[in-house]
Design a protein around this ligand. Structure first.
Ligand code: SF4
Ligand code: SF4
Ligand code: SF4
Length: 326
């Protein structure tokens, strides 16, 4: 067992719980409160994380009212290309992103100065400065707010997964059997609603700190105006001869990680796959705005045309069969 893991196990039931309980509604720092309309970013110093998951628990607790309550059985989809995605009976899964788990703890074991060391760190939406998920959502359900938060409006989302497809980290996760599609086109639309970290936008509106930041017993994360957060990240990186992730990735994000080891090294050993994003280099996906803009213009039209076409042909068939009964 590495020293970090044993430290984590020791602390898990103690400090973490104390942190979660003690922190009920800390106000945002004055600098953040005054920054209405300014882009806010979070700084995540991975040296400090003990992997206790207090942040994960806090996120689930405060955001529970936003979680989907799907209607079952699910309507059958035509065509069946949009698969059912049902996490409603797996709400206790915390080792990956799901519609019911918007942050999880990733673990990387690397060799530093000849010694094996394990690092843990929270992973969630990066809140990109120029988010393709929002820019390319055909229905305008995903939006970037002035304060740097990107959120998906569950009242508008049809669950078509475009946001997930264009996100370099494939962050949003779909739950079937919930949302607008049930009312408008239950058999043809996107098959649910997409969910991800909304950086506790409603807490920030009230002048409160995001729940995961507040509950952390080790002060791993902090939130502030982006330029200050970037400055602080550089100061830490300089001091520890370390590395930064999120400042430039995908053209810049509002989640800045600082690490004493290169992110390429961390990326090699973390578990990656569905719901488990990597730490790979990411080019600015919106730099090819020409192509993407075309996709954006075509996508909704194609979607509507496809849906309307299918709807029309089905209605026609139904009319014919009704006529046959006469
Ligand atoms: S970020 Fe904080 S709360 Fe979350 S696992 Fe790390 S130490 Fe625990
Ligand atoms: S990380 Fe993905 S889901 Fe989050 S804002 Fe960026 S593109 Fe959107
Ligand atoms: S900012 Fe809020 S929604 Fe996002 S991971 Fe933290 S607690 Fe969850």
């Amino acid at each position: 067992m590495t020293k970090e893991i044993s430290r984590r196990s020791f602390l898990k039931g103690g400090l973490a719980a104390a942190g979660a309980v003690a922190a009920s509604s800390l106000p945002l720092p004055a600098a953040v409160k005054g920054a209405t309309g300014e882009e806010l970013a979070t700084l995540i110093d991975i040296r400090k994380c003990i992997g206790c998951e207090a942040c994960v628990e806090a996120c689930q607790e405060v955001n529970e009212p936003k979680f989907p309550e799907p209607k079952k059985p699910f309507p059958k989809m035509y065509p069946s290309r949009v698969k059912v995605s049902d996490w409603s009976d797996k709400r206790d899964v915390t080792d990956r992103l799901t519609p019911y788990n918007w942050v999880f703890i990733q673990e990387a074991t690397v060799t530093v100065n000849g010694e094996e060391e394990t690092f843990t760190f929270p992973r969630r939406c990066m809140h990109c400065q120029n988010p393709p998920c929002a820019d390319l959502c055909p229905w305008g359900a995903a939006r970037k707010l002035k304060n740097g938060i990107t959120r998906i409006d569950s009242d508008i989302c049809l669950g078509g997964s475009k946001c997930k497809a264009v996100c370099p980290w494939h962050i949003p996760q779909r739950q079937t059997g919930v949302g607008l599609y049930l009312d408008i086109l239950p058999n043809f639309a996107g098959n649910g609603v997409m969910y991800k970290c909304d950086r506790c936008y409603n807490r920030i509106e009230k002048g409160e700190i995001p729940a995961c930041i507040e509950a952390c017993p080790e002060g791993v994360q902090k939130i502030g105006p982006r330029d200050e957060i970037v400055k602080e990240a550089h100061a830490i990186a300089k001091e520890i001869n370390g590395y930064i992730y999120g400042e430039k990735e995908n053209g810049g994000t509002n989640t800045i990680y600082v690490s004493p080891v290169p992110f390429e090294e961390l990326n090699k050993t973390i578990e990656k796959g569905p719901g488990r994003p990597g730490l790979q280099p990411v080019k600015d996906s919106m730099a090819h705005a020409d192509n993407l803009a075309k996709a954006m213009i075509i996508a909704p039209v194609a979607g509507i045309a496809a849906a309307a076409g299918k709807f029309y042909s089905t209605s026609k068939k139904m009319t014919r069969s009704e006529e046959g009964k006469k």
